[in-house]
Design a protein around this ligand. Structure first.
Ligand code: HEC
Length: 474
């Protein structure tokens, strides 16, 4: 008997497994990007200090480095493995796809990361103990290795969006999956904004320097770094948009919460005003203000940014062949990987899931709701919460009053055909569609005002939604 090798689903009822991953990675992005930006900024400062005989700047590097040891290297090293743990349970086959395609890339990244960690310790603890020339070399090595870790990760992240070259599905070479237009645009965008973060976080350190003249000098450098990088980031973002698949642009324009662009633009404006103010009047740079700006960047810049990146990748989680619900939805001839859709179309989920109690393999009037719940967990919960809270709760789309037949129609029209661009093709047998509909009909309609912002405006009746989805399909 042929089975679909899906792992048991990790379901988090509060906010949804996707958000757990999202929260950990957003925090991680702040730590990691700040560190990489700082590493390159340090190399620049060390060079400048060397040429202009400014040992006080080395003291700034030492203190900022020490701050980063805790801020980025301790907390970043906790959230980094946190991403591995959470994604491994939330998306085991997505992670498996990345490891199978890029195992040596990860290994490379770890080697560079080790050099980076040793480097930051050396920069901090050898400052003023080795000659300046050596310190300068250390900071250049630290800067380059840090940036290499970023390059490697960005290549893999952009493969998650789509493989670098269209022919990757046949030839499946590491480099042709890794390098594509999106890789470079994403790298450029992250490079620009990482300097913005370095400038914002650096203010926390610079503000504590007692010497006003020195503080003024560093405040100005940080302000220029912040303003220049934010402007560059906005320009590069336009390039990044041109490297996205069409479906990503469609989802971006139609399916993201309305507050996302406003939040990001507001955040960038706030950063601009903040740096202009500290440029003109460096005394305005205080540690609490810089810490508050860091939070603003985290909540209004990084969170919508990361959630958007996750959303526009839908329905795929990796390489446009592993769906977010872990089903393989496309052939990859070069790797001998076959789409699982034909198997599901032929035999259904309940006959092919491995981790399923035997009494649920056949749908009966008695077990329909329970079998439907398993189907919802397996095929929908990666993107939709089954409870009232969390990510795109399913109950918002299926008010209690909806009749079974309408839901079954929706499942067959929208999902079975793969017509909805942002949802996987999910073919159900008639029995399964009935079971899932029976379960969905038991979800209560949301109480007024309970709809989460991320679903606001999209709570449509299923049949309407199906036709809307077909219209979206070019
Ligand atoms: C890959 C992620 C993903 C999976 C898996 C998924 N959905 Fe969706 N679904 C979405 C997204 C994204 C939206 C758009 C949400 C919005 O705009 O609020 C959506 C919207 C919907 C809507 C609203 C109407 C529409 O068509 O836009 C319904 C109903 C729905 N999903 C049902 C389901 C059901 C039932 C399942 C499981 C059988 C499922 N979805 C699986 C991502 C997914």
């Amino acid at each position: 008997m042929e089975f679909l090798g899906l792992y048991p689903t990790w379901y988090e009822p509060g906010v949804g497994s996707g958000w757990i991953v999202g929260i950990i990675s957003t925090v991680h992005v702040l730590f990691s990007h700040t560190a990489v930006g700082a590493a390159i900024f340090f190399a620049f400062l060390a060079n400048y200090a060397h040429r202009h005989d400014r040992p006080d700047l080395l003291e700034f590097i030492r203190r900022y480095g020490l701050f980063l040891l805790v801020f980025s290297y301790v907390l970043g090293s906790i959230t980094g493995p946190g991403i591995w743990y959470s994604t491994t349970v939330a998306s085991p086959r997505g992670i498996s796809a990345l490891i199978h395609n890029f195992v040596w890339m990860w290994a490379t990244e770890w080697v560079f990361f080790i050099i980076e960690v040793v480097g930051v310790y050396m920069l901090v603890y050898l400052a003023n103990r080795v000659d300046r020339q050596t310190h300068l070399k250390l900071s250049v090595i630290f800067g380059l290795t840090s940036y290499t870790t970023m390059l490697v990760i960005v290549g893999i992240l952009s493969f998650m969006m789509w493989p670098g070259k269209a022919d990757w599905y046949n030839e499946t070479g590491v480099l042709s999956g890794f390098y594509g237009p999106n890789t470079f645009a994403q790298l450029a965008m992250r490079t620009a904004f990482m300097f913005t973060m370095t400038a914002v976080v650096g203010g926390i350190v610079a503000a504590r320097f007692p010497d006003p003249a020195f503080k003024k000098d560093v405040a100005r450098k940080l302000a220029w770094l912040g303003i220049g990088s934010a402007i560059a980031g906005v320009l590069v973002f336009r390039w990044y948009l041109t490297t996205l698949p069409d479906t990503a642009l469609l989802v971006m324009n139609n399916r993201l919460p309305d507050w996302f662009p406003l939040a990001v633009m507001g955040m960038l404006a706030a950063v601009g005003v903040y740096f202009l103010a500290t440029l003109i009047q460096p005394r305005l740079l205080v540690a609490s203000g810089a810490a508050a700006m860091t939070l603003v960047v985290l909540v209004f810049g990084l969170w919508p940014g990361e959630v958007a990146r996750e959303s526009i990748r839908k329905p795929w989680v990796a390489g446009q062949y592993v769906y977010s619900n872990q089903v393989i939805g496309r052939d990859v001839p070069g790797r001998d990987i076959q789409s699982e859709i034909p198997l599901i179309e032929e035999r259904g989920f309940l006959q092919t899931l491995v981790f399923l109690p035997d009494n649920l393999r056949q749908v009966t009037p008695d077990n329909a709701v329970e079998a439907g719940r398993v189907l919802a967990l397996t095929t929908c919960s990666n993107c939709h919460s089954l409870s009232p809270t969390g990510m795109r709760p399913l109950r918002n789309y299926f008010p209690a009053a909806t009749d079974l037949e309408a839901i079954v129609d929706y499942l067959h029209a929208g999902l079975a055909s793969g017509n909805t661009l942002y949802m996987p093709q999910i073919p159900f047998t008639d029995d399964e569609a009935f079971a899932l509909a029976s379960y969905l009909a038991t979800l209560q309609s949301p109480s007024a005002g309970a709809a989460k912002p991320q679903t606001a405006g999209h709570a449509v009746t299923p049949t309407l939604a199906a036709s809307a989805a077909r219209e979206m399909n070019p």
